[in-house]
Design a protein around this ligand. Structure first.
Ligand code: MRU
Length: 342
């Protein structure tokens, strides 16, 4: 199930806040609506956010089609700035915007209508490439997945988090397509419940056996020998292999280390940020505490009691068995081994 539908002019976004109960598509015909869809997490997941932002620039460019050249260039700069302010952690957002800006800069001799068409085509390329790279990543990760593997995953890293196929779920999908008979434990992933609502939804639809567990059950499962490997996605990976991902990922990595369970991170090269030396530099999005306090509109925390909501955490590279990318697999990630991917 793909999260985005592009008709060449407008973008329909599947509202992931309403899944699995309701499949509601919102039409974005302005870049502001695209920005709001990212902010409100109607679309989420690092690669999906990147592709959505690229389409946002394309929609913004169409909105500015009538402007005179100088005005258009200044205006499109503002479009990029607005989209860049939506969410801070997933580097794919900034990667996509930088790519669109680079295209505009190197073609600034074109007239506005030609530039608008070029921007449109580039956004389509970003989306097309994402699917291809995810499938390559799936093949690269395949040798790491044993037959009959019982796999623990966190958050949602599937079709819904990308343009299609998925990153960590893409590797799981590839293993299933190769007949490896895998099964999945999906962490519920409080507070947004990407695991319970989205991963379970996707895998169930695709006939990949999935069982939902609460985040706090991971230690028990590993202690009971019920998990053969953990695989997760990433929102930003620093030059030394430290990986930011959905809050709770770090705890899983510590547990996996303690129990001798391999811990894999799957992410496309667009998630690597070589400008950040270590994960300590990665900005962690702090979302509204209301998302912790209320579940489905029901208050879970007494009034007057504060709640925290860091949306991501950073897993140090020493806890990661291997990072799977579209360019290859890096075992024992560190600054040296990661630099070979460049
Ligand atoms: O807050 P979200 O739902 O956008 O966070 C998503 C994740 O943390 C995913 O694990 C990550 O983006 C990798 S998705 C392919």
């Amino acid at each position: 199930m793909q999260p985005l539908r592009w008709n060449g002019r407008t973008l329909d976004v599947l509202d992931q806040t309403k899944l699995p109960e309701h499949e509601i598509w919102d039409t974005c015909d302005t870049y502001e609506l695209v920005a709001e869809a990212i902010e409100k997490m109607k679309v989420r997941g690092a690669p999906a956010i990147g592709a959505t932002a690229a389409y946002g620039v394309a929609i913004g460019a169409q909105q500015g089609r009538e402007l005179e050249k100088g005005e258009f260039l200044a205006y499109i700069d503002g479009v990029c700035e607005r989209l860049a302010k939506t969410r801070p952690t997933a580097v794919n957002l900034f990667w996509a915007i930088k790519r669109m800006r680079g295209l505009i800069e190197s073609n600034s001799d074109l007239d506005v209508p030609a530039l608008v068409d070029l921007i449109n085509r580039e956004a389509e390329l970003v989306a097309e490439e994402d699917v291809r790279l995810n499938k390559t990543m799936g093949q690269n990760g395949l040798p790491l997945i044993p037959d009959n593997a019982r796999i623990l995953t966190h958050c949602n890293t599937g079709s819904l988090a990308t343009v299609d196929y998925g990153t960590a779920l893409g590797v799981i999908r590839a293993a299933q397509e190769a007949g490896k008979n895998v099964s999945v434990y999906a962490d519920e992933t409080r507070p947004y419940l990407q695991g319970a609502r989205l991963t379970a939804f996707e895998l169930h639809r695709d006939n990949i056996p999935v069982t939902v567990v609460t985040d706090s059950m991971a230690g028990y499962l590993m202690q009971q020998g019920m998990v053969d490997l953990v695989i997760v996605g990433a929102d930003r990976i620093a030059a030394n292999g430290d990986a930011a991902n959905k809050i709770g990922t770090y705890s899983l990595a510590v547990l996996a280390k303690h129990h001798g369970v391999p811990f894999y991170v799957a992410a496309p090269m667009s998630t690597l940020d070589y400008e950040m030396e270590t994960g300590a530099e990665i900005e962690i999005e702090q979302r509204s505490s209301d998302e912790v306090v209320f579940i489905g509109g029901q208050r879970m925390v007494p009034e007057g009691v504060p709640a925290l909501h860091p949306a991501f955490d950073v897993t140090p590279h020493e806890l990661i068995t291997a990072i799977i990318t579209d360019k290859g697999v890096v075992k024992h990630p560190n600054t040296d081994t990661m630099s070979r991917l460049k």
